[in-house]
Every structure is written in structure tokens, then in C-alpha cells.
Design a protein around this ligand. Structure first.
Ligand code: AMP
Length: 128
């Protein structure tokens, strides 16, 4: 049997690995703050808050949070629990959780990921 990853087999768009797949595969470096069997968390390379982390499911099968929620709600719950844990560890436990969904909402990497923003955020600055 060909040992092709099922993560790559179904979605033509996934034929070219995203930057997150390459980080997960250790092909390019990142500041990894947490890793479990099913997800990884890294520091965002262009932080928009004092603490700006990305929680990224390892599977490349889901492009958006809605796709993830429909296909694997337990994994989405793990993403959310991880966001809380990271906010506890890296800030005071308070955080904003952002999933950009679609290019017109600012999504640039089409591999679902949560932005965990923490460390003292202003009110009234959800979007510009
Ligand atoms: P989005 O715009 O929601 O798709 O989020 C993608 C995020 O990935 C952006 O906030 C980028 O700054 C971040 N990013 C892109 N490349 C890297 C990288 N090599 N290491 C860490 N974060 C990255």
C-alpha cells in the first residue's frame, strides 16, 4: 500500500502544503509553545497583541472553523481548551479567540487555526 497521508489525499487544495503543514512537519522553524497528539501551538510571527499565539490542528483537512466544527467537534473543543490553557500560562487567563474565515475576513492560511490574543487588550478594537 502507498503510505500517502490521508490528510493530503482528499482535498486538491491541500496538494500544496500550507505554511502550517510545513511547520508541523518541521520543514520550517517556528516558536512552538505546545504540542499534543492532535494540535500544535506557535507564536505568531507578526504579533498583534502582547501575547499572540496560534492553535493549529495538525490535520490539514479543515480550512475553516465551521468545517472543523461539522467534521470533528471534539477537536474544536480541544482547540478552545488549549486556548484557555495558553492564556493561563502566557497571560492572566483572559483572551480573545479569533478564527478568520475566508479571504474577505483576513484569512491568509487556509488550514484552520485559532488566534489567541491576550496580555491586555483594549475594548472596542475588534476590527478596523
Ligand atoms: P490568518 O490571516 O487568520 O490566516 O492567520 C495567519 C497567521 O499566520 C498570521 O497572523 C501570520 O502572521 C501568521 N504566520 C504566517 N507565517 C507564519 C510563520 N512562519 N510562523 C508563525 N506565524 C506565521
Amino acid at each position: 500500500m502507498e503510505a500517502m497521508s490521508s490528510e493530503h489525499a482528499t482535498d486538491a487544495a491541500a496538494a500544496t502544503p500550507t505554511i502550517f503543514e510545513r511547520i508541523i512537519a518541521r520543514e520550517i522553524p517556528a516558536d512552538i509553545v505546545l504540542e499534543t497528539e492532535r494540535l500544535i501551538a506557535i507564536r505568531d510571527i507578526a504579533p498583534q497583541a502582547p501575547v499572540h499565539l496560534l492553535v493549529i490542528p495538525k490535520t490539514a483537512q479543515h480550512r475553516t472553523v465551521a468545517e472543523l466544527a461539522a467534521a470533528d467537534p471534539a477537536l474544536l473543543a480541544e482547540v478552545v481548551a488549549t486556548a484557555q490553557r495558553l492564556a493561563d500560562e502566557h497571560a492572566d487567563g483572559d483572551y480573545r479567540l479569533v478564527f478568520n474565515s475566508g479571504a474577505n475576513a483576513g484569512q491568509t492560511v487556509f488550514h484552520v487555526h485559532a488566534h489567541v490574543l491576550a496580555g491586555g487588550l483594549d475594548e472596542g478594537s475588534l476590527a478596523h
